[in-house]
Structures are given as C-alpha cells and as structure tokens.
Ligand binder design. Structure first.
Ligand SMILES: Cc1cc2nc3c(=O)[nH]c(=O)nc-3n(C[C@H](O)[C@H](O)[C@H](O)COP(=O)(O)OP(=O)(O)OC[C@H]3O[C@@H](n4cnc5c(N)ncnc54)[C@H](O)[C@@H]3O)c2cc1C
Length: 469
C-alpha cells in the first residue's frame, strides 16, 4: 500500500470520522468529504436519532483509537430494560448478569464531534465540509461534488464510501458495476422523536435504564441524556387504524398517548405540538454485495449494510468494520487495497447479514413478546443457564452486546440452537422455580453450549435435543 496516495472518505458521520482516525494513526494521507457544514461550528446534525446505545463492539473500537475514556464521560450506563405496562406499572429486566454488562446512552452529536476533533488533530488528515458527493465515475477515476452552487470534480484514488444508508457511492457502484446481490427493504413502520425534559435538573424516570412501552404492533422507547432529559422514540406503522396516518389532530395524538402510554404522556408537556413539529423518520435494511471495486472503491458502515435500529447495533457494527479494516492493515502491511478490501468484505458480509436479521427479530421481540410470560420465562432460564454454565451458555443479547469476540454470525447461529433448547426446557416447566426438574447432567453435556468449538454451520434438530434432555 502506497501511503503517499490519499485515501478519500465520503461521509464524515460516525463511521467515516472513526475510520479517518484509524487510517491517520497508520500514517495514511486521508481526505474526508462531508456534505454538511462543520457540526463543530454549532450547527446541529440533521434529522437522525439524537442519542444512541453504544455497547462492547463500538467501545472496543473507541478504545483502539484512544477515545473510550472521553466517550464514556459523555455517556450514561443503562443496566437493563424498564418495561412500562398499560397501567403504568414498571418491571426492570437487566441486560446482563455481570456488573459491567451494561450498554451506554450517548449523544450522536457529541460523539461525532469527539471523533471529528480527534480526526482533525492529525496533520495527515484534511476534512472538507459542505462537499456533497454527486457521483463517482469509477472507470474515469473521478469524484464529483457540489459545494453550494459550485460543481467540483477531482481525481479519485482510493475511495471509501461511509455516506450512510442512502449512499451516493452505493448508487454509483450499482449503476456502473451492478451488484450480484442487492436489496433495500423499507420498514412499514416509521419513527418520531419526542422529548421528556428534566425536572429541576433531575431525571423524571429511572436514569440507568432503556425504557420501553411495548404495545404489540408499536412501541415507545426512551434513552437518558446527560442533562436529565430523555429522548423518546415512537415506532409506529405509517398506515392503518393505529398509525402515523391516523394521528392527524392534537386530540387524536393526546388520546392515543393517554390510552397507550399514560405515564410517559404526563411527562411530556406540549406533546401534540412537539409531535407535529418533529418529522417521521424511515428505517431501511440494506444488503448488497460486493462492497468493493478493485482498489478503487469500498463501502462501509450503513452505506453497505444499513439495519433497523432495534438491536442498537448499526453504529456498533460500522465501528467493528473500521476495527477489522485496521487489523487487516496491521496484519498485512504489504498487501494492496484490492486484496484487503476483498478480505474485509468476506469477513464482514456474513456478520452484517446476521446482525441485520437479528435486529429485525429484536423488533418483534421488543414490541410483541417482551411482556409475554413465556418470553420472560425463557429469558430467566437463559440467565440461569448462563449462571450455571458460565462461558458455555451466553444469551443472544449478551453475545451481541457484551462479547465482541463472538462474531454476529456466530451469535446468530449459536442462539438459534440455544433457542430450541430454551423452548424445550420451558415446555417442561411453568416457572423458574421448577427448573431443577431438568436433568442438568445432560444439559451440561449438551455440545451446543460450546460457543467456541461448535462449527459455524452446525444445526441441531428438536428430536436430538429431546433425546439429550
Ligand atoms: C432511530 C435510530 C436509532 C438508532 N439507534 C442506534 C443505536 O442505539 N445504536 C447503534 O449502534 N446504532 C443505532 N442506529 C444506527 C446508526 O445511526 C447508524 O448505523 C450509524 O449512524 C451509521 O453510521 P454511518 O457513518 O455509516 O452513517 P451516517 O451516520 O448516516 O453518516 C453518513 C454521513 O455521510 C454524510 N453524507 C451522506 N451523503 C453524502 C454525500 N453524498 N456526500 C458527502 N457526505 C455525505 C452524511 O451527512 C453523514 O454525515 C440508529 C438509527 C436510527 C435511525
């Protein structure tokens, strides 16, 4: 790799700004192009989620670039889900068993600023704001931009597209060298962000929790902010009897919230006004392949694998892309970009597909099943298995959120098998107290607990499970 040839990154969001740091630390010349004005000049980011959950994969990446401690100063630990029922009763379900098994709520804006400041501190980095990439002519190696009304074309060298789910670079690639696989599935649900203010600088609900109001086909969630407020997100179908379409007047909005989220409604003054002021966001799952063209273009982050937000992993997965790219650069310093991109996409694609699927499944879990007693029993049994067989049985959520050493692909495969076991166990008991009816000797011998040794492609049938229990 010739380090004198600049790498051009398109998109200075979370993934692009982190990748700039990784590459700068490895002495590459980096040119970052971002369509927005510099957010460090006081401009707020466009309409994207205000805060995000960051977990072990994202934190590993921040640690690698030396920013974890600073990022954690901007974050609030969330130890579990606080479930709110229709009668405003709450129940707390922790995310993990260990003290350190928490996820963190962090402001997207603050994290982006932290990353951009660090990126800008390297002399081998040049950041260009207000530069909207219009197209990338891969054949002619030319990048075209719009800067206010001016059109600018520059020679392209090695381009990495980190320009998000609506990626211009992905569209350029698709037009010129069609993908072998490509899908963009828009969720029929939209989302709207609302706000619970602080009261006298204090939190009006439990601070260390991600609050959820699951209501079958729709839900409300709330994440804490450092100033004592909560960012609230309503996920709701766009069309139908209960939908954004059906909420046209202030009275309809007030009635809907009072009926389904009574406790949250009391904490949101001017709810209807805020509701109509804030836009409805959309959510898309993007899957495409390949992610690169020779040594000319690579797509990373949401540009190559946007996912729905219900596992809180989109950014975490994009950060893991960057970490793995850096690890490959370190491991193969003499390799060219073409081979490195090939290796990276082969490594990442099964993982990004797996987290895309799990994120969608988590949508169903969060809105439908989280309050189902069978679901809660399965969770309890899962935790108990983890306690009794430490390191051998790890629940899906924990594998994804707290174990970056287990790939997303592996977590999905493993949890499919584990889920069958949990179903079998829960079929034979009706409460966690009767768990000791189970013959633990056989469960302990059950090969599917061997997270680290089970082959990735192993599947196990229900009769096989029954015969072992
Ligand atoms: C409601 C919601 C909640 C979420 N919650 C979580 C969460 O809790 N945890 C989590 O890990 N993930 C979460 N995500 C996902 C997360 O937001 C994304 O995965 C993450 O932002 C991806 O980062 P990115 O840098 O790839 O893309 P983006 O953050 O979209 O950044 C892309 C950047 O490229 C710039 N750009 C776009 N087009 C161009 C162009 N043509 N030229 C130049 N610049 C361009 C944009 O201005 C932007 O700065 C959530 C997403 C949503 C919608």
């Amino acid at each position: 790799m010739n380090k004198a040839i600049p790498i051009q990154l398109i998109g200075g969001g979370l993934v692009g700004s982190l990748l700039t740091i990784y590459l700068a630390q490895r002495n590459f010349q980096v040119e970052l192009y971002e369509r927005r004005p510099d957010p460090r000049q006081g401009m707020f980011l466009e309409n994207r989620s205000i805060n995000l959950a960051i977990s072990a994969r994202g934190m590993k990446a921040l640690k690698e670039v030396g920013l974890l401690d600073e990022a954690l100063k901007l974050a609030i630990p969330m130890k579990g889900r606080m479930l709110h029922d229709l009668n405003s009763k709450t129940a707390f379900v922790s995310y993990g068993q260990q003290e350190h098994e928490v996820i963190y709520s962090i402001s997207r804006h603050d994290l982006n600023i932290l990353l951009l400041n660090k990126a800008a501190s390297y002399s081998n980095v040049k950041i260009n704001f207000d530069m909207r990439c219009i197209t990338y002519d891969i054949e002619q190696s030319k990048l075209s931009f719009k800067k206010s009304t001016e059109s600018i074309t520059i020679p392209a060298h090695c381009v990495i597209g980190t320009d998000g789910s609506g990626s211009t670079l992905r569209k350029s690639l698709q037009k010129q060298l069609p993908f072998s696989t490509h899908s963009e599935a828009m969720l029929e649900h939209g989302y709207k962000e609302l706000h619970i203010p602080a009261a006298n600088n204090t939190f009006q609900m439990e601070k260390h929790a991600l609050h959820i109001w699951p209501r079958k086909n729709f839900m409300l969630i709330a994440l804490p902010n450092l100033d004592g407020s909560f960012t609230v997100t309503l996920f709701l179908s766009n069309k139908g009897d209960i939908s954004f379409d059906a909420l046209k007047t202030s009275a309809q909005v007030d009635n809907f919230f009072i009926r389904y989220f009574p406790d949250a409604t009391l904490l949101m003054p001017n709810l209807a006004e805020m509701f109509f002021k804030h836009p409805i966001g959309s959510m898309v799952t993007v899957k495409c392949f390949p992610w690169h063209v020779d040594d000319k273009l690579m797509l990373l982050g949401d540009a190559s694998h946007a996912i729905v937000p219900f596992f809180g992993q989109g950014m975490n997965c994009g950060f893991e892309d960057c970490s793995e790219l850096a690890a490959l650069v370190d491991k193969y310093p003499l390799i060219d970009w073409k081979n490195l991109f090939t290796m990276l996409e082969q490594q990442r694609k099964p993982n990004s597909d797996a987290i895309a699927d799990m994120a969608f499944e988590n949508f169903i879990e969060m809105r439908d099943t989280v309050t189902d007693p069978k679901f809660q029993l399965k969770k309890q049994v899962g935790y108990e298995l983890e306690k009794r067989f430490p390191g051998k049985f790890i629940p899906r959520y924990s594998m994804v959120a707290f174990h970056p050493e287990i790939s997303y692909y592996r977590a999905k495969q493993q949890s499919l098998i584990q889920d069958k076991l949990l179903d079998e166990i829960c079929h034979s008991i009706d409460s966690i107290d009767s768990l000791d009816k189970i013959n633990w000797k056989y469960v302990a011998k059950f090969g599917l607990f061997q997270c680290s040794t089970t082959p990735d492609n192993q599947t196990i049938s229900l009769p096989q499970i029954r015969s072992k229990l």
